[in-house]
Design a protein around this ligand. Sequence first.
Ligand SMILES: *Cc1c(COP(=O)(O)O)cnc(C)c1O
Length: 393
Amino acid sequence: MSYLVDQYGYYGEFGGAYVPEILHKCVEDLQKEYLKVIESEAFQSEYRALLRDYVGRPSPLYYASRLSEKYGAKIYLKREDLNHTGAHKINNTVGQILIARHMGKKRIIAETGAGQHGVATATVCALMNMECVVYMGATDVKRQHINVEKMKMLGATVVPVESGNKTLKDATNEAIRDWCCHPADTFYIIGSTVGPHPYPDMVARLQSVISEEIKWQLQEKIGRDYPDYLMACVGGGSNAGGTIYHYIDDERVKIVLSEAGGLGVETGKTAATIALGKVGILHGAKSYVIQSEDGQIEEPYSISAGLDYPGIGPMHANMAAKARATVLSVNDDEAIAAAYELTRLEGIIPALESAHALGALPKMQFKPEDIVVLTVSGRGDKDIETYLNYYKK
Ligand SMILES: *Cc1c(COP(=O)(O)O)cnc(C)c1O
């Protein structure tokens, strides 16, 4: 048994492709093509060259000695914050735009919450000279003004979405609507391990360069190619998916995922999908979804725009259901404290999302010899205002 996707696009009972009739052909074409393209020599040589020379990979695996001392284990940080555009998102968009070009698509659409995926998509569209339209909730357009300006400077059209809570879920609905109107010439670059099959598997594979590097970097540093613990934050699940990909069926490695507790799981102001979600269908896949008794999607809340999503990828839902992963809720205040701690102990200002992974450290019981790899998914530049304002309240 494997925790990776099966031939029908499922992870246990989760996943699949629940899309409107008009998108069947698009999704089926992609299902037929994606593995062939990804495994081709032409794709691999171009993708690898861009990851090296454009994104700046491999990202360092850094032994954080002061953090290690504090938590009584050997903690290594996987530095996705050092990538071009400041997060892991670019690994995926570089890959998907090459797939789009291979399939003869001319127009790119994307959804974005915090704007990191929007910027990463607009970046590769500039690079490949493709038209780019990014859907973004009107609330997020206001909250993430700098990223909106970056996308515009890169040549993208940013469409503010006024429906619902005006955040990521609503932007995704609108992107799917656009895709339905332009199925022939448009490629939808999804930013996480969510959406209909093959997206969760395609995005996980494109992010799996993270665990591929962890393997040889650990071998080089400690003479063993696996850690005792892998830790990452989960919004939709792409940085976590990339971090664990090559270890997912290796039970020597324990997996710890942090989801956004918001103000607290019991307050209702939360984005803790695994803690509270029930099985349902959202954005084309069956997974856990935060919903009311009668199946209405509930509005999530987290201080971190990148984790403010009422769903989670089917890969992670399955790992949680089968207890392959331990999933912890980390609240806003715990994440903020963890961000300040990393900044003062190691001189690294993490993204608010990544701070949720760090916020799980005080909840762990390590042995001194334990090897822990924790992924810092992005840098904190976009979050400085939130960090500074938090303690003023
Ligand atoms: C978007 C984002 C996340 C959340 O998305 P995943 O798909 O769960 O990784 C986490 N960290 C950063 C820095 C992000 O930009």
